[in-house]
Design a protein around this ligand. Structure first.
Ligand SMILES: Nc1ncnc2c1ncn2[C@@H]1O[C@H](COP(=O)(O)OP(=O)(O)O)[C@@H](O)[C@H]1O
Ligand SMILES: [Mg+2]
Length: 240
């Protein structure tokens, strides 16, 4: 289990994450939703080690990892995708994914290559393997980032706002891929605004606002929760 316990992170006077706790088991998909600025990406950064919390604990299979640098957490099986992907622009798509299969999954040679190929085929951009990452459009870069995260062979995968800009069909395809990844034993945290996507991927939904957990429950619980509706009022397309 990946557990975050009472995490706190401030930026100056702003408390971006405020005593926030949650956990994910391998094989399940949870969604983390909340308006812009709620603290979702900051939470991901705390879990991966990009940021250090002011307070709180993070445990991976009962081991405290809060002081480990991010590359060690990656090796232990925590992967994430980025709200704004930053591939190495001058490496090819395949090379970008191989960086992950080598350094995060710890694979070598042919194994690293075939893990990268497999990830690219899985997300559907293998036909672009030899292009430079800089040649991809924004949506393709998101898929490359997804492939990079999968090639790390994660136990836990945090997917930050992957669906923006994709068509309804593409979202459906992505949702079924995310579910299939979980079925293979990966614990997935899906972070996003698109409630259709949340509904189709997640077994459990956690709502965050102003750094704190507002409530959590099944999609139906959340969609009918008055406080959640109030928070989302005015957020375009959030609840439908
Ligand atoms: N590096 C940073 N420095 C200062 N403020 C930050 C930083 N990162 C995030 N914030 C602030 O923290 C709050 C939470 O941001 P974020 O975690 O990105 O929210 P979300 O992903 O839910 O939209 C916002 O008010 C944001 O402006
Ligand atoms: Mg964010």
């Amino acid at each position: 289990m990946l557990e975050a316990e009472s995490l706190v992170k401030s930026f100056g006077k702003l408390i971006a994450v405020d005593h926030f706790s949650m956990n994910i088991e391998r094989g399940e998909v949870k969604a983390l939703i909340g308006p812009n600025g709620a603290g979702k990406t900051t939470f991901v950064n705390l879990v991966t080690g990009a940021l250090t919390p002011d307070e709180g604990r993070i445990r991976l299979d009962s081991r405290c990892i809060v002081r480990l640098p991010s590359y060690k957490r990656a090796r232990l099986g925590i992967a994430r995708t980025y709200q704004i992907p930053k591939p190495y622009p001058n490496l090819t798509v395949l090379e970008n994914v191989m960086v992950s299969s080598i350094y995060a999954a710890g694979l070598e040679g042919e194994d690293a290559m075939s893990a990268a190929v497999e990830a690219l085929k899985y997300v559907g951009i293998y036909n672009m393997a030899d292009k430079l990452a800089s040649e991809l459009n924004a949506e393709q870069q998101k898929l490359l980032d997804f492939a990079r995260a999968l090639a790390a062979r994660p136990k836990y995968l945090l997917i930050d706002e992957i669906g923006a800009g994709l068509s309804v069909d593409e979202l459906e395809g992505l949702a079924s891929k995310i579910r299939a990844v979980a079925k293979q034993g990966v614990g997935v945290l899906y972070i996003g605004h698109i409630m259709k996507m949340v509904k189709s991927v997640a077994d459990w939904v956690i709502v965050m606002n102003e750094g704190r957990k507002v409530t959590e429950g099944t999609y139906d619980d959340i969609a009918n929760n008055e406080e959640v509706i109030k928070i989302y009022l005015g957020e375009k397309g959030a609840v439908e």
